[in-house]
Ligand binder design. Structure first.
Ligand code: RIB
Ligand code: CA
Length: 330
């Protein structure tokens, strides 16, 4: 087997982040060095507690570092000061709110502790001391990583690759123009886009092609281990929420966005139609705030900076997820 890929996973644990943490920990090709938490789907306290709960159900011991509890600057702008946690919960005609993510994951309260060091300083120390062999996998707002890049720009030359879940070219979710992770902290995302680090972007265009369905939820439920059972309940919840908020082609299915980024680290072939593109983020604070601006022209104004995945292999992803979760501790 080739050498394990060292990764730091950066999460705003919600339901799909939880599955990403599980699969990153269980994937034999991945060495999960640490998990960093950030505000996004829910406030930092919640996303950190949820991450601790997932570590408990895995019976794992990877370190967890708390990161930033607000985006870098976006809440300062009047046009955005009302930035709320989590994606929209109501569409026209809907009687009641539907939350994609519950405040706390339906798991026992955590028993563990986070590390003392803040995630931002953990990034700087760990990356500067590294051999340049660490992949960063942000699957929430990129506040922690962008702040670390501002504190010590030298880390950019020490990051092997960034494989991020975020953005969308023909797909959006949190607004008519933007995907949630980017929208929540657009300035952080643009700092990462300009960092010069090799980037693979796993956007909604890819994750929406890799939905997990109720037949697969049933297989997870039948596995007889607590992690698979938890993943089944999280995905079942997502299937209901997506049916109300953003129905997928197969109505009894839902994307598990963040886990697809993890799969792409270990198995790049899961991503399809990957094109080296010029990508920037709209930070104007207007209607298109947080939009993924991908330059479709042959001759772009600025150097191409992102390997953007326009598709994904759904069956490969589903088989990978189920095979891994079947190996979780009983
Ligand atoms: O738009 C999907 C992303 O937003 C996922 O990372 C989900 O967890 C939310 O953070
Ligand atoms: Ca997330």
């Amino acid at each position: 087997m080739s050498e394990k890929k060292k990764i730091i996973l950066d999460v705003d644990t919600g339901t799909d982040d939880a599955v990403a943490i599980m699969t990153a920990y269980l994937e034999p090709e991945i060495d999960l060095l640490a998990v960093c938490t950030v505000a996004g789907n829910k406030p930092l306290y919640n996303t950190t507690e949820n991450t601790l709960r997932v570590r408990d159900v895995l019976q794992a011991d990877f370190p967890i570092y708390r990161g930033c509890e607000t985006s870098m600057v976006s809440t300062l702008l009047p046009s955005r000061h009302a930035v709320i946690h989590g994606t929209r919960t109501k569409v026209e005609g809907m009687k009641e709110d539907v939350n994609m993510h519950t405040d706390f994951l339906d798991l026992p309260a955590s028993k563990g502790e986070v590390e003392k060091e803040n995630a931002v300083f953990f990034y700087v120390k760990t990356l500067m001391e590294s051999d340049g062999d660490i992949t960063i996998v942000p699957v929430g707002p990129m506040t922690n990583l962008a702040m670390a890049m501002r504190v010590e720009p030298k880390i950019c030359s020490k990051i092997k690759e960034i494989v991020l879940m975020g953005g969308g070219y023909n797909r959006t979710n949190t607004s008519s123009a933007a995907e949630f992770n980017i929208w929540f902290d657009p300035e952080a995302a643009q700092i990462v886009m300009e960092s010069g680090v090799p980037i693979r972007m796993v956007p909604l265009d890819a994750t929406h092609q890799a939905c997990i369905n109720t037949d697969e939820v049933k297989k997870l439920q039948a596995m007889g281990n607590p992690s698979a059972a938890a993943a089944a309940s999280f995905i079942a919840h997502r299937i209901f929420a997506y049916s109300q908020l953003q129905p997928m082609e197969r109505l009894d299915s839902a994307p598990v966005h963040d886990a697809l980024a993890v799969c792409a680290v270990a198995h790049p072939q899961v991503l399809k139609d990957v094109r080296l593109s010029r990508v920037d983020i709209d930070i104007s604070g207007g209607f298109a705030d947080g939009q993924t601006i991908l330059d479709p022209r042959t001759f772009t104004d600025k150097p191409r900076n992102v390997n953007f995945a326009f598709g994904a292999d759904r069956d490969f992803f589903a088989d990978w997820m189920l095979n891994l979760l079947a190996t979780a501790a009983k």
